[in-house]
Write a protein that binds this ligand. Sequence first.
Ligand SMILES: *Cc1c(COP(=O)(O)O)cnc(C)c1O
Length: 368
Amino acid sequence: MSSSEKAAAGRIYNFSAGPGCLPLAVLEQAQADLVNYKGVGMSVLEMSHRSKTYDGIFKTAQADLRELLGIPDGYHVLFLQGGASLQFSMVPMNFLPKEGCADYIVTGAWSQGAVKEAKRIGTVNIAGTTESENFCRIPKPSELTFDSKAAYVHFTSNNTIFGTEWAAEPEAGSVPLVCDASSDILSRGIDVSKYGLIYAGAQKNMGPAGVTTVIVRDDMLAGVPDGLHTMLDYRTHVKKESLYNTPSCYAIYVVGLVLEWLKGLGGLDAMEAVNREKAGILYGAIDSTEFYTGTAEVESRSLMNVTFRLPSEELEKKFIAEATASGLDGLKGHRSVGGLRASIYNAFPTDGVRALVDFMREFERTNG
Ligand SMILES: *Cc1c(COP(=O)(O)O)cnc(C)c1O
């Protein structure tokens, strides 16, 4: 066995919510490329971001993202830093006029984080929220009230902590949609033309930590106020093609490998079919017994983060400890909500979901 085969053989099932697992094929490619990238004599880790080789890596990643998501002309694809959390600030700084307002749909802790920053800039209308039900579902269309004068409508497509996901975009009429898609970007196809801006930290579903993808429609930039700090102004990054300053070169390279892997699978429709199968297996196991209880309402269930509870907190602790010992890692729910959470992002293998379901059945048999 080679040392890389040994490393691969010792890998466990990683249900971490983020940074999440990466496809093994991507890790192996990164390993093969690490010391001497395609014979250029150096690693991507030490390469100038202005070099011809890096330019190829960067432009290929952008083009592959455009192809996979079907991003129309008129949209810019940016690779920025600061995480999704900095987008909570950049979105209102760039798009929310001081005297204007924006609509926010609040479906969990990350939406609340976005609202907190927007309120520093202008008026925030809460267009809908399920906070009183501990965010166990996505609001129904009839529960949303939009302001036709809003600069944009912000929503979180997948609620990583609460395990809920929008089945389709909110219908906000002519007001541009702005979406935090950090934990479900590339899990399924979307119609990008419905959006003014989409942002996503890469570390859940598209690569390692350190890079944030922003897809922004050109006409959104017309109203950006002058006087913003250079790095916080989307126009800087559009104009300089994400190379105003040194980008997260290596993280972008790994995102590129993930995009190539997705293309090899057959694109986002093929990926969605796999994701539906994985989620179906796990929700099916939860629904087949009283011992496990899903925390999200059925119509709002996430394909990415499956949240559930056991009959007691003691049993949950025991479950997590024994699962970890069996090579099923990262199942503890977010510290703010407790319970269990299985994050089964694109890269998470179907076999790992089956292994969890087998473990759940056995745990119920011995503890139920
Ligand atoms: C993880 C997460 C964030 C925060 O991302 P950072 O990149 O750590 O800033 C924001 N929104 C959603 C939906 C997330 O899952």
